[in-house]
Design a protein around this ligand. Structure first.
Ligand SMILES: [Zn+2]
Length: 206
């Protein structure tokens, strides 16, 4: 990444193994909480946003499949049609053609996960289309999406955010899941080859 030079990147990468307390799920969860808020606060386009969401997907999948979910609900986020202001019809009484008379321009379906990891609670949303594994809802009825409340300690410097990404990445690896890491695009394939040599199983190592 242009923001972090390669040498600095390796130092962060190595520091992250220790910072993860050698694969603590609690550390990974705390970092992912901060990273998720950080990604939202960045708003625009930055490569770290994709990195954070890739790791978030992988962590949610791992936690869900290992039984850490306490609740999974389906939420929908509707965008109101501005052609008719959400009423579904024009002032003439005709059906709005933009939304087909529904008043809703688009609807996004999200899974709302609640995890409990070693006494810490985490609530994360995930787009339904990104979930490629079976998920059992704990509540059958979908409900409207509500923007989650934020804690205050979530603002990160970019370098700390990369450290956090590496912490989550190490934890996933030490739990048998290989996620992609974009920190060093040039040297990443060498690291992958090294991991392959070490024959770290894709399956759980616990
Ligand atoms: Zn409309």
């Amino acid at each position: 990444m242009s923001d972090v030079n390669i040498q600095r990147g390796w130092i962060i990468f190595a520091r992250a193994l220790k910072a993860s307390r050698f694969g603590s799920l609690t550390e990974a969860g705390e970092w992912m909480y901060r990273l998720n808020v950080f990604a939202r606060s960045l708003g625009g386009r930055h490569p770290i946003i994709d990195q954070i969401y890739d790791l978030k997907n992988a962590l949610i999948k791992y936690l869900y499949q290992r039984g850490y979910a306490r609740e999974v609900k389906l939420h929908f986020q509707n965008r109101i049609c501005f052609g008719c202001d959400g009423t579904g019809e024009y002032w003439t009484g005709d059906d709005c053609r933009r939304c087909g008379g529904t008043g809703i321009y688009s609807s996004t379906r999200l899974y709302a996960f609640r995890f409990k990891v070693n006494g810490h609670s985490y609530a994360w949303h995930q787009l339904e289309k990104l979930i490629d594994y079976p998920v059992q809802l704990t509540e059958a009825e979908p409900s409207p999406f509500v923007e989650p409340l934020r804690r205050d300690d979530a603002i990160l410097k970019l370098e700390d955010a990369w450290l956090g990404c590496c912490v989550v990445w190490w934890t996933l690896l030490l739990h048998g899941r290989k996620a992609d890491l974009l920190l060093f695009p040039a040297t990443w394939h060498r690291l992958k080859a090294l991991i392959a040599k070490l024959k770290i199983s894709q399956e759980e190592m616990e």
